[in-house]
Design a protein around this ligand. Sequence first.
Ligand SMILES: [Zn+2]
Length: 328
Amino acid sequence: MKMKILSVLAGVAAAAGCTFSGPKAENVSCGVTGGGTAEISKAIPPVSGTGGLRRPGPARVMVIGAHPDDADIFCGGLALRLIDRGFKVKFVSMTDGRMGHHIYSPDETAKVRRRETLEAARRMELDGYDIYGYPDCGLFPTDEARKNVARKIREYQPDYIITHRTCDYHADHRATGQLVTDACYLLGVPHWCPEVPAQRHRPVIFYMTDAFTNPRPIRPDLMFDVDNYIERLCDGLDAQGSQIYEWLPWDSDREKTVAALGDRSDIKTRNEYINRYTFGRKRADAKRFAEVWKERNPNLPLPKNLEVYEISEYGRRPSKAELKFLRE
Ligand SMILES: [Zn+2]
């Protein structure tokens, strides 16, 4: 019932709070609030050594992906888990995703995907889903993009940022990881981008998982059991129909699998489909890191779906207490 009420409130907020602005990097934002006082008080991280530099309030997480579904697919389980604890979680797509369809024109695709991300944000009770609007398949780690990313980070003041590693498969993913890590130190330099105040409390940066081994595989610094969040994540991803039921099956040469969904009117069948074809990485990581999981969590069962993150050396270094807080 609680979920139902929050969904209704989120719908109202989504209708009232969405803004579309910015000539070059188009910013699409949708504010959704949720979480009670008790949950919010639990979500204040035990950050040491930064005194009054951290802004007050619950922990904020910014997941910065290259495309308008990367954050959802790779980090959606952790996002929902943290939202339940009172964290504020914002998703970002650096590009407009305009190349993500084989039938729609690029302009149409960008428009459809913008609409779909807003609906996904509403369903997942995110604190916004921003699209910065760089052209899909055309993102580069330029000075202009670095400054733009830094301004957005300073405005939101996240405690934690999650992004791609710089050895991921897609050039836009690599550029996104490069931009975020390049910006991190500069966030605190006041004469650099002086139009937005410097962020003295620098964020911890996490890399989302991938399967790449060159120069080395991802290091599982943090692992989260997300089995209990798969159903809600399926509901969120179901909003991204142009990707889940159209582009990704076409791109992966499995269009026939969509035919089994019929007219797509049955949510249970849709969720089973999303679960089967979208979370392979989470299941593969549960197998790949099974021994590490058992060693660290001898009293817990091995999850079916595991989200794995590496702590970047370019961000703030979290204390042991802070890491414990994140794992709770
Ligand atoms: Zn992507």
